[in-house]
Design a binder for this molecule. Structure first.
Ligand code: DGY
Length: 322
C-alpha cells in the first residue's frame, strides 16, 4: 500500500507529482494558511506531512498516530518539537544548502538598504519631496571597507562573508559556537567573542539558528555595546533578539538602524513601533523567497519525504533527530 501524504500549503505541481509517484496525496488548497484544527483532522491517517512552518508538537503527533516523517520546506526547523518527535520516532527533514546564496543575497539587500537608506529615500522621491540635491541629513553610510560581524557562521554565514570580503572588501569577523578554521583561512575572516564583535562592527548580521541557546541572545546589554553608528540586521528568527530592547536602542540612537526580515510575531502586528520608524527596514520573511530557490527547496523537501517514507534514508534529516 502506498503511504499517505498531506501537503499543508500550495506547492508547484511538479512537487506534488514527485510525491504522487510514490504516495497518495491529499492537500490544502486554501489561499490562507490551513486552520490548525483542520490540519490535525487531516493527519488522522497520514504517514507523511509536507509543510514549511506548521508546529509539529506533541498535540499534532497525538492526532497523527500513523505519522512517520515530516518534511519542511525550510532550512530552519524551530517549528519542530524535537523531543516529542524523537519520543515518537518521527523523522524530520529540512532543506539546507539550496538556499545559501539566495539568503546571503538578501543579507546584502538589507545591509545596503539600511546603509544607503533605500526605502526611506524611495518614499522621499515618490512623495514629491525631492526639490533639489539632498542635504547631509539624508546621507547614508559606506558599506565597502566597513567592519561586518556575523553571528552564526554556518553555510549561509560563509556565503555572506564571501560577498563581504570579495565583493565589498569588508573586514569580516564572526562569532559561532565552534571555530571555523577553514573559513578563516579560505575567506580571511577572524573569530571574535560576541561582545567584542558587537563593540567593533559597523554592521552586525544575525544568522544563528533559533535554539534554546540563541533565544534572546541579543538583548539590551548586547545592543548597548554596539556603536551609535552601527546597523543591526536579522535574517535568522525574530526570537534570537529582544525586540523591545531593539525598539528602545533604535529610538534612543544607541544604534543607527536595523534591517529585519524576521520578527517575534509574523506577520508583524499593524501597530508595531518598527512600522513607524524610518531607520528600520522591514521585510516579510523573504530570505529564501526567489522563484528558483523556493522551487528547489520544495523539490528537495518532496524528495526527502519520499525517501523517508519508502525506506531510503533521506540526506537531510535534522541534526538532532539523526
Ligand atoms: C528558512 O528556510 O528557514 C528561511 O527562514 C526561509 O526564508
Amino acid at each position: 500500500m502506498k503511504p499517505i501524504v498531506f501537503i499543508d500549503r500550495t506547492v508547484p505541481s511538479e512537487v506534488e507529482t514527485r510525491i504522487a509517484e510514490h504516495c497518495v496525496v491529499d492537500k490544502w488548497e486554501g489561499a490562507s494558511p490551513i486552520p490548525r484544527e483542520l490540519l490535525l483532522e487531516k493527519l488522522a491517517n497520514a504517514n507523511g506531512l509536507l509543510t514549511a512552518g506548521s508546529k509539529v508538537d506533541a498535540e499534532l503527533l497525538t492526532h497523527a498516530p500513523h505519522l512517520k516523517a515530516v518534511s519542511s520546506i525550510s532550512v530552519g526547523y524551530n517549528h519542530f518539537d524535537l523531543d516529542a518527535m524523537k519520543q515518537r520516532g518521527v523523522i524530520g527533514t529540512h532543506t539546507p544548502h539550496v538556499l545559501n546564496n539566495t539568503v546571503a543575497d538578501l543579507a546584502f539587500a538589507l545591509i545596503l538598504g539600511t546603509a544607503r537608506r533605500v526605502a526611506e529615500l524611495d518614499r522621499y522621491v515618490k512623495e514629491g519631496k525631492w526639490k533639489s540635491g539632498v542635504g547631509s541629513s539624508l546621507f547614508g553610510q559606506d558599506v565597502h571597507h566597513a567592519k561586518l560581524g556575523i553571528i552564526g557562521m554556518g553555510r549561509i554565514g560563509e556565503a555572506v562573508a564571501r560577498r563581504a570580503r570579495f565583493g565589498f572588501e569588508m573586514e569580516v569577523s564572526y562569532f559561532n559556537r565552534s571555530r571555523k578554521p577553514e573559513a578563516e583561512s579560505l575567506l580571511g575572516v577572524r573569530y571574535q567573542e560576541l561582545n567584542e564583535l558587537l563593540k567593533d562592527s559597523d554592521f552586525v548580521v544575525m544568522l544563528a539558528p533559533l535554539t534554546p541557546e540563541t533565544t534572546r541572545l541579543i538583548g539590551r546589554d548586547q545592543f548597548q555595546l554596539m556603536k551609535p553608528s552601527s546597523i543591526f540586521i536579522n535574517i535568522s528568527r525574530g526570537q534570537t533578539v529582544d525586540e523591545e530592547a531593539l525598539v528602545e536602542v533604535l529610538q534612543s540612537g544607541a544604534i543607527s538602524a536595523a534591517g529585519l526580515d524576521v520578527f517575534d510575531n509574523e506577520p508583524i502586528p499593524a501597530d508595531h513601533p518598527f512600522l513607524k520608524m524610518d531607520n528600520v527596514l522591514t521585510l516579510p520573511h523573504i530570505g529564501s523567497a526567489t522563484t528558483a530557490t523556493r522551487f528547489d527547496m520544495a523539490m528537495l523537501a518532496a524528495q526527502n519525504l519520499v525517501n523517508a517514507l519508502t525506506g531510503q534514508s533521506p540526506a537531510n534529516i535534522v541534526a538532532e533527530l539523526q
